[in-house]
Design a protein around this ligand. Structure first.
Ligand SMILES: [Zn+2]
Length: 244
């Protein structure tokens, strides 16, 4: 199946790119390794939204409803390619090792508090978004968990999302469950379950890490078998159970 869609895609790629960048030509419901890793040009919808069709439509509906309650669901980040994630990874790795003087392992552990190894981000899937309330004026970082707490600028946003997001099939991924391991609590990161659940399933079925070790990722020599096992268990799979 993969080979068939590859042939189909490569045959039309140049034409497709000249008409509509990011067009998807295959209707194949199977997710390829490239797509799961953010290396495929997938069709994305909505200016400043950039999600797969069904996720986009659900987001627009949710945004309308939030508007009527005085909240502006503003996307800070949605689709991100492998290459974009690789650039983030490299910048943080160099920052931590060269400027902050951490050991390579410590540098990686620090990065994976909030950021992923390139090829393993849920933002590669066109289903996940980082959102805030665009009506609030913010000083400093907008993706700061404290700002979503009581008395913070995104308190109402959080309340609204707690009550309504699931109605639109969006679920918080990295919850504040104290027993959860992996990425830290991200009150801004939501996932459109009807697509991201089957994508995660496919992700688990494929040997993504074999491919990742073949990519040109800075610091990858530190990805030992034990490290990767922990990363999969904690960072990939220890998420909101609604998304498994
Ligand atoms: Zn995110």
């Amino acid at each position: 199946m993969q080979r068939r869609s590859f042939i189909k895609k490569s045959g039309y790629t140049s034409l497709a790119l000249s008409i509509l960048p990011g067009i998807t030509l295959s209707q194949d419901p199977e997710y390829s390794l490239d797509e799961l890793m953010g290396k495929k040009d997938i069709e994305l919808f909505g200016k400043d939204i950039n999600l797969k069709k069904a996720a986009h439509d659900a987001f627009v509906e949710m945004k309308k409803a939030a508007y009527s309650d005085g909240i502006d669901l503003k996307i800070v980040s949605s689709y991100r390619s492998f290459y974009r994630q690789d650039a983030i990874w490299e910048r943080k790795y160099i920052q931590n090792t060269e400027k902050s003087g951490m050991s390579k392992l410590a540098a990686i552990e620090k990065i994976i508090e909030y950021s992923t190894i390139p090829g393993t981000s849920r933002h590669h899937w066109g289903t996940d978004v980082d959102i805030i309330d665009g009506y609030r004026t913010i000083t400093g970082s907008v993706l700061d968990p404290d700002k979503f707490e009581t008395g913070g600028p995104f308190e109402l946003f959080k309340q609204w999302m707690d009550e309504n997001a699931n109605t639109y099939d969006f679920y918080l991924v990295y919850t504040n469950n104290p027993r959860r391991k992996g990425f830290k609590y991200e009150p801004w990161h939501y996932s459109y379950a009807p697509i991201s659940k089957p994508m995660l399933k496919e992700f688990r079925r494929k040997n993504i890490f074999k491919q990742i070790m073949q990519e040109d990722i800075i610091g990858k020599e530190n990805f030992t078998a034990g490290f990767l096992k922990g990363y999969i268990q904690n960072n990939i799979l220890d998420i909101n159970p609604e998304l498994l």
